[in-house]
Ligand binder design. Structure first.
Ligand SMILES: [Fe+2]
Length: 315
């Protein structure tokens, strides 16, 4: 089916002003189109904000502000026709003038498919000094006052009936499980995607809802700089910073006024057909190699951390 990426995520929001401030601080760029407020990352992937009571939005999966539709990118109009034909076998679909196909999955999550608008992006070259490899010689290290995410990478649905929904994505829409917690979580990538996952289906029991949306940044220093900036601006950490063994990435999650959380990631696995999927038990060690539960603040927020003398006097 040639799904390449998560191309857009549409939210129904109850406090547009706060949501606008959140995504601006997160590092996305605002614009307006078709009566919606749109935030873009550098490769053109978008977060779309509309009022929660906008009649044009798909039905919500849960009350309050939440993700209302996840739009996946495909390679071509022919892929869209293939997907439309498959979906039409057992559910209603809606097709926009531009060919975008809208439907709902077996649990009621609204999904859409369109020829991808987000474009491949190349991060700036990483330069680190290590012994014998002075790749950053005579140049000071980078510090980031804020993040500017390169691309949106995945969305996460909280599900309650994996047997009903996982085969829908894998057997009918061509998604591939890169890794899984059997019965508990499925990291799915599109059939033509190199992301470790474009969609994570997380079975946390009897609840359906939106969990989080993730963005990749260019540099570990940017992940920390972005997280510190969000903290300075008053946004609450949901979890992190830390590092996930599955997908290998560094992460930092923030509670979002659009519902769920938004995640900065760095150094996520990228995979192709040679990737060997793993099956894991869901344990704290598999979830995070390490993490801080409540974020961290920059030096200005730590009273008394003025200089190296602080370390000396505490030792
Ligand atoms: Fe994530």
């Amino acid at each position: 089916m040639n799904v390449t990426n998560l191309d857009s995520a549409t939210f129904g929001v109850t406090d547009l002003a706060t949501c606008r401030r959140f995504w601006t601080d997160f590092g996305l760029v605002e614009s307006q189109a078709d009566g919606a407020t749109i935030f873009s990352c550098k490769n053109g992937g978008t977060v779309v904000l509309r009022a929660a009571d906008d009649p044009g939005l798909p039905a919500p999966i849960e009350p309050g502000a939440t993700q209302r539709e996840a739009t996946f990118g495909v390679r071509s109009a022919a892929d869209l026709r293939t997907i439309a034909n498959e979906l039409e076998r057992d559910r209603p679909i809606r097709v926009d003038a531009d060919g975008t196909v809208h439907a709902t999955d077996p649990l009621g999550f609204a999904i859409a498919f369109r020829v991808a608008r987000a474009t491949p992006i190349t991060a700036p070259e990483l330069k680190f000094n290590t012994p014998g490899r002075p790749d950053r010689i005579n140049t000071r290290g980078e510090f980031f006052a804020a993040a500017a995410p390169l691309e949106m990478t995945h969305t996460v649905f909280m599900i309650d009936e994996p047997d009903k929904v996982v085969p829908f994505y894998t057997e009918r829409l061509g998604f591939i499980a890169s890794d899984s917690y059997p019965g508990r979580g499925y990291f799915l990538r599109g059939g033509a995607s190199n992301h470790h996952h474009d969609l994570f289906l997380l079975n946390i029991g009897k609840k359906r809802g939106f969990h989080h949306l993730a963005f990749e940044v260019s540099n570990i220093h940017e992940l920390f700089g972005g997280g510190l900036n969000m903290t300075r601006r008053g946004w609450r950490t949901a979890l992190g910073p830390g590092r996930h063994p599955i997908s290998s990435c560094y992460f930092w999650y923030f509670h979002s006024p659009c519902g769920g959380a938004a995640e900065y990631d760095f150094d996520s696995d990228q995979v192709d057909e040679r990737w060997v999927p793993g099956q894991f038990q869901q344990t704290p060690e598999v979830f995070a190699e390490w993490c801080l539960a409540e974020g961290m603040a920059d030096s200005l927020l730590y009273k008394g951390v003025q200089s190296a003398d602080t370390i000396k006097t505490k030792s």
